[in-house]
Design a protein around this ligand. Structure first.
Ligand code: FES
Length: 500
């Protein structure tokens, strides 16, 4: 028997050899895994999930982990040794994956349906009883394509420049297939009862999943292939379960079917009064309209809202500063997971900028008043002048997109009855801070954090005839912002912070 074993870590993608019998606490610590209670089996903060291999359950683990967690493969790293090759998922890298339990109207049908939100970073799938829309099981995962690029453009680059589109297509089909198996297994449902599967995602996820050439998305004018609703067969996807499998259509350059699903979720297309849906991510997608017509656009906000390109930025995971408040002139921070801060996520960044503006440490032009290169938010997490610049670029792009859609619609912010903020960042961002930094200028009472509208819309689509979505997609007018003569000027204007 070899004296070493191989450890692979997800989603980090690291793999390395260690001496057989090594305590996981020693092995994982260099990879940034923290042991909040010092390995005393009190906090569960060091949880890992066994994806391949075996870690025996010790009495300490049986005491603190539930039967469900143990059955799902969760173990306490602080009470395990590497006795054999292992593939482990690290709970501390879990993203805040938004599922959806909000009610919606539907016409009952027979059978079971599966809705899948195929995100660039995260995947969420729900199994529904179509007679009553009850959710029978939910499963979430980090998108395994992330190993080949964190954002959509690096994924497109990998697919097109390195000619690896087939690999990415295979990865996402295989992973969603295994999520479906997981849903069936957890619910005890009969796989043959699944009559419908609806998938939604941004244009890149759509093209990669459906096997549509991503080359048009890699170069100007970045227009997706508009094939309408794509129907797929389980056997072509390598899935065991199927029924009618449909990926909802995209709306235009970087406005995918996740936004079409969002429109369905908030009933924007049926509203008598104008509504607005904003999905805040690397691309900010915006839809404004009512039953009289819908306009949409996409703005390249950059990854600041997801914590990327910020010197100490990170996703909304354990150790991220997610809230910053000003109390008695001092910054007070809240960190996810109740551990010492190790970075700042998008909502913390917006809060921090708002607090720095209010405390006079930041000017409306975006400069630190003290002329220091950085400001400490909570040791060791500081923001630099470049970080503030990244935030200004991101929020300026969103604010400019909103302004242009309002102008084309002939509407003012006050005319919009409701503004739905979708996606994980939209759900958690403090709306007062978002207004303070000028990310949105709508009256606060109009702003509604709306969760995962993409998943909710996909669920609604399980109950409708497929043709409805091609018709709806055709009704939405896509506005390419880069072709708007005023865009650059408005963008520059919107990069500044409101004076108060
Ligand atoms: S470190 Fe607290 S349970 Fe392992």
């Amino acid at each position: 028997m070899s004296g070493t074993v191989r450890i692979s870590l997800r989603p980090l993608g690291a793999a390395f050899d260690v001496a057989r019998g090594s305590p996981l606490q020693e092995v994982l610590f260099p990879y940034g895994v923290e042991f909040p209670c010092g390995g005393r089996a009190r906090c569960k903060g060091c949880r890992v999930r066994v994806l391949e291999g075996n870690l025996p359950v010790t009495p300490e683990q049986a005491r603190i982990l539930s039967r469900k967690e143990l059955d799902a493969g969760w173990r306490l790293a602080c009470h395990c040794r590497a006795e054999a090759d292992l593939t482990l998922e690290l709970a501390q890298w879990e993203a805040a994956i938004l599922s959806d339990e909000a009610p919606f109207s539907f016409t009952p049908r027979n059978g079971l349906g599966i809705a899948i939100d195929v995100g660039t970073t995260t995947l969420v799938a729900q199994l529904l009883d179509l007679r009553n829309a009850n959710v029978l099981a939910v499963t979430t995962a980090l998108n395994r394509q992330a190993k080949n690029g964190a954002d959509v453009m690096s994924r497109v680059g990998f697919a097109v420049n390195e000619k690896k589109q087939d690999l990415l297509t295979g990865v996402i089909r295989e992973q969603t297939g295994s999520m479906i198996r997981d849903l069936i297994h957890r619910s005890g449902a009969n796989p043959a009862s699944v009559t419908d599967v609806v998938l939604v995602g941004n244009t890149v996820m759509h093209h990669l999943f459906c096997g549509i050439d991503c080359t048009p998305l890699s170069r100007y004018p970045f227009e997706p292939v508009q094939d309408g609703l794509v129907s797929l067969r389980a056997e072509d996807l390598g899935w065991e379960t199927g029924g009618r499998i449909r990926f909802l259509p995209c709306l235009g350059g970087f406005v995918g079917s996740d936004i079409l699903a969002g429109v369905l979720a908030v009933n924007l297309h049926r509203s008598d009064t104008p509504l607005c849906l904003i999905d805040l991510g690397t691309n900010g997608e915006i839809v404004i309209g009512s039953r009289d017509g819908l306009l949409c656009c996409s703005t390249a906000a950059g990854p600041a809202f997801e914590g990327a390109r910020i010197s100490m930025g990170m996703r909304a995971a354990t150790g991220a500063i997610a809230e910053v408040d000003l109390a008695g002139g001092r910054l007070v921070c809240k960190t996810l997971g109740d551990v010492p801060p190790r970075g700042i996520c998008g909502s913390g960044l917006v809060d921090a900028a708002a607090a720095l503006l209010d405390s006079g440490h930041l000017t409306p032009s975006g400069r630190f008043t003290a002329r220091e290169p950085s400001i400490m938010i909570a040791d060791p997490v500081a923001l630099t002048q470049t970080d503030i610049r990244e935030l200004q670029l991101a929020k300026g792009a969103i604010a400019a997109g909103i302004r242009i859609l309002l102008r084309i619609s002939g509407l003012a912010p006050d005319d919009i009855a409701r503004v739905y903020l979708a996606g994980a960042f939209g759900n958690y961002v403090n709306t007062a801070s978002a207004r303070r930094i000028g990310l949105v200028s709508f009256p606060p009472e109009q702003i509604v954090p709306s969760g995962n509208t993409a998943l909710r819309g996909a669920k609604r689509a399980l109950f409708d005839e497929p043709s409805a979505y091609d018709a709806l997609a055709a009704e939405v007018r896509h506005i390419p912002l880069d072709r708007d003569p005023e865009f650059q000027d408005i963008y520059v204007e919107e990069m500044g912070f409101p004076p108060e």
